[in-house]
Write a protein that binds this ligand. Structure first.
Ligand code: NAD
Length: 488
């Protein structure tokens, strides 16, 4: 059985901790590898290597730094099938979903190749007579990413390429549930020949995270995961003087107005709710029909029932398992709770039969109708393939319901009216808005803009926010007297 290692100072080394957890294939519980639980000494080793690596990297010209990223893009493209297979094996999502995730990772590498233009400063001549003032951007130092399980490759790439392009050295801490993908990518990245210590990876869970939050060399932390941990990471990291961006959980509402295109809307909504088995922070969760909608319930039910659940590497499978047995139990308990609260189960996906994968953590598409809007299920992130379908009389009531929620990752509207869309965009309290879009995931040039309990911090991942997060501004005011001009 493979025991995963840490990558520190250009070498694969054993963790200093002696305890290991199994990495399981969620489709059949096969043990894929063992991951060290990690400890503070691992983080200290990585932070010291990264601090040493930073000294050379920070003064490597940005035009040279991005040459590594051009090579990285090709490396990821050439190995996409192999990486995607690993993503499917450890996370359960389908091979097509894994490939799509990699496309979004690569998109960020491409965008970070534009860093020479994005990192430019500003210059004002003669702010007073003979005095000029300018601002330059310099890297922070050692930065780290703490990632969740649901996008084993993509999420690290919301940060890593920008951090490196801006001149920081980096420590990756993958989710202990899916450590194989980033381990594989870092092994591929050895071919880039980055200077030693610039790129490091430490395995582990809580203890590793706490050590990252405490180590004095680590200046910037990017976290993605559940809101409770995001808040903890944000407050502890900030208390220790670090710059932190922490993306949290979500509960994404989608409003369907009576003038929406029925066929297109139902297809997009189904894909949004059940893509990646509902384990996306931008998965539509509460589907709100406004006004009269005779046919949409039937269309959604029919479509949910035909979606094929199974092992993600099998060709015709559209949806894989959820990540762990505990996660399956939790989601199924929430379905029960929805029924208990008064919801009607229109499609029951609990404990489906998946031939050949009887031990997998499968839940098939599920629809519960008319759960109470002030109940627990309406407010809880389910993170599984469950649609709550509710009906509300007016767009104003629907927006009021959305704005009363604690999360603000995404809100979407389906309509053919520009005026209704505009009203929604203006009034809905969420950082990512979809208009006739089911998964409003910003492309790499734009910040991934969660609001409320879906984000703690100021600067989000991706785009110009990433450049700002990974640099600190230095302002210089300088005076040159005319009389010092030399005559040659
Ligand atoms: P999680 O919070 O359990 O874990 C995330 C990371 O934190 C992991 O690396 C884990 O090792 C670490 N961790 C877990 N518990 C910890 C603790 N008590 N103390 C310190 N570190 C801890 O999240 P998950 O289950 O891996 O991922 C799913 C969650 O992530 C969902 O809530 C989802 O909405 C969210 N998510 C958000 C976004 C976004 O952009 N907002 C994107 C993807 C996922």
């Amino acid at each position: 059985m493979e025991r995963l290692k840490n990558y520190i100072n250009g070498q694969w080394v054993d963790s200093r901790s002696e305890a290991f957890d199994n990495v399981l294939n969620p489709a059949n519980q096969e043990v894929l590898a063992q991951v060290p639980v990690g400890n503070a000494q691992d983080v200290a080793d990585a932070a010291e290597a990264a601090q040493a690596g930073f000294q050379e990297w920070k003064s490597t010209p940005v035009s040279k730094r991005i040459q590594y990223l051009f090579k990285l893009k090709t490396l990821l493209e050439n190995n996409a099938d192999d990486i995607a297979r690993t993503i499917t094996l450890e996370s359960g999502k389908t091979f097509a979903e894994a490939k799509a995730e990699l496309v979004r990772a690569i998109e960020n590498v491409e965008n970070a190749c534009g860093t020479p233009a994005l990192i430019q400063g500003a210059f004002s001549e003669d702010i007073a007579k003979g005095i000029d003032e300018y601002m330059i951007r310099q890297p922070l130092g050692v930065c780290a990413c703490i990632a969740p399980f649901n996008f084993p490759a993509m999420i690290t790439f919301w940060f890593l390429p920008y951090a490196l392009a801006c001149g920081n050295s980096y420590i990756i801490k993958p989710s202990e549930k899916v450590p194989l993908t980033m381990t594989k990518i870092v092994a591929l990245m050895e071919q880039l020949d980055l200077p030693k210590g610039v790129l490091n990876l430490v395995q582990g869970g809580r203890e590793t995270v706490d050590a990252i939050l405490e180590h004095p060399f680590i200046k910037g932390i990017s976290f993605v995961g559940s809101s409770s941990v995001a808040k903890y990471v944000y407050s502890k990291g900030a208390a220790n003087g670090k710059r932190v961006q922490a993306q949290g959980g979500a509960k994404n509402p989608v409003i369907i107005l009576p003038d929406a295109d029925l066929e297109m809307t139902s297809q997009i909504v189904i894909d949004s709710v059940y893509g990646c088995a509902g384990q996306r922070c931008l998965a539509a969760s509460t589907i709100i029909t406004v006004g009269e909608h005779k046919d949409i319930t039937e269309t959604l039910v029919a479509s949910a029932k035909t979606r094929k659940t199974g092992f993600g590497l099998d060709n015709d499978v559209q949806m894989g398992p959820v990540i762990t047995q505990a996660s399956k139990n939790r989601v199924q308990e929430l379905i029960e709770k929805g029924i208990h609260e008064g919801g009607r189960l229109l499609v029951d996906g609990r404990d489906p039969q998946v031939n050949g994968f009887e031990n997998g953590n499968f839940i098939a598409p599920t629809i519960i109708e008319d759960i109470p809007l002030d109940g627990e299920v309406a407010a809880t992130e389910i993170f599984g393939p469950v649609m709550s379908l509710v009906h509300i009389n007016t767009i104003d009531e629907a927006i009021r319901f959305i704005n009363a929620g604690k999360y603000g990752n995404m809100a979407c509207v389906f309509t053919s009216s520009g005026a209704s869309a505009r009203k929604f965009r203006h009034e809905a309290e969420a950082g990512n808005i979809g208009i006739n879009i089911g998964v409003a995931a910003p492309v790499a040039q734009f910040p991934f803009s969660g609001w409320k309990d879906s984000f703690y911090g100021d600067l989000h991942g991706q785009g110009m926010h990433a450049i700002e997060f990974f640099t600190q501004t230095k302002v210089v005011i300088e005076r040159w007297l005319k009389e010092w001009t030399r005559k040659f």
